[in-house]
Write a protein that binds this ligand. Structure first.
Ligand code: AP5
Length: 256
């Protein structure tokens, strides 16, 4: 074989080997989902508006953490910690747990939860203006900024059936509805096969108090973020898919 032929042969061999290596590498590594950008957003809405239904979608799509203060408190209740015992009384009465406790819970997550490195979706926090102010302080100290605050808008009357029909899988927080989003097998979680429960504050009497507290204390939080130009409203009476599509548009456009 002359030198030119040998060179051509070796080049073709190298090219075949490179192709083979690339193909083996792509099979060996699972595709890593990297978000194109970070996202820091807050969902605001009355009980049953759909915060807990939509937040996991935001978490999965944007690779951020989902911080739900209600879920964190229910975990304390389940573990029967001193905080959990006190919080249960307040939650069952439809009141609000103290600002300091809630702010420290969120601070702890932002400081220590690695899944918050690309950002977060806050669900149920801030619920009062002092909580919103403290969150601003925390973010400023971290050199971070909020991208958006999305309010789920819905009439109070529509929330009764949503709340009284809700079923949850306590360990994961997965949410179902007896009529609007039933599990495959009645009363049982689709993923684990474990039993679903009804929250102790999901009754008409407590709901009335939770709604009153939402309008009185979280209403001013909405004004606080409107004044900062971060507020977006969404009609939350539509199907979960339509609500999600509209919400997604906000996240994508608030980043442009
Ligand atoms: P928390 O757990 O935050 O309760 P909440 O704000 O009252 O909100 P919910 O979880 O009831 O409603 P959601 O909007 O998540 O509705 P979901 O998506 O499940 O707080 C509980 C308590 O903890 C408070 O009352 C307070 O005491 C305390 N607390 C928490 N945070 C605090 C804080 N920061 N400061 C002080 N205290 C604090 O949807 C409801 C149902 O409707 C589901 O069954 C779902 O399947 C269905 N559904 C959802 N979307 C749709 C749709 N588009 N169409 C039809 N059905 C739908």
């Amino acid at each position: 074989m002359g030198a030119p032929d040998e060179l051509a042969y070796l080049k073709s061999l190298v090219s075949q080997l490179n192709e083979k290596i690339a193909s083996l590498e792509s099979k060996a590594k699972p595709p890593v989902k990297t978000p194109a950008q970070q996202l820091r957003t807050i969902l605001v809405g009355p009980p049953g508006a759909g915060k807990g239904t939509q937040a996991p979608r935001i978490r999965d799509e944007f690779c951020v953490c989902h911080l739900a203060t209600g879920d964190m408190l229910r975990e304390q209740v389940q573990q029967k910690t001193p905080l959990g015992v006190e919080a249960k009384k307040i939650m069952d009465a439809g009141g609000l747990v103290s600002d300091d406790i809630m702010v420290n819970m969120i601070k702890d997550q932002l400081d220590n939860n690695k899944s918050c490195k690309n950002g977060f979706v806050l669900d149920g926090f801030p619920r009062t203006v002092p909580q919103a102010q403290k969150l601003d302080g925390m973010l400023t100290a971290r050199g971070e900024k909020l991208d958006s605050v999305v309010q789920l808008l819905i009439d109070d009357q529509l929330l009764i059936s949503r709340i009284t029909g809700r079923l949850i899988h306590a360990p994961s927080g997965r949410t179902y509805h007896k009529t609007f989003s039933p599990p495959k097998k009645p009363g049982v979680d689709d993923v684990t096969g474990e039993s679903l429960i009804q929250r102790s504050d999901d009754n008409v009497e407590t709901l009335t108090k939770r709604l009153a507290s939402f309008h009185a204390q979280t209403g001013p939080v909405v004004d606080y973020y409107k004044a900062k130009g971060l507020w977006h409203g969404i009609d939350a009476s539509q199907s979960p898919k339509v609500v999600w599509d509209n919400m997604r548009k906000i996240f994508v456009s608030s980043k442009k």
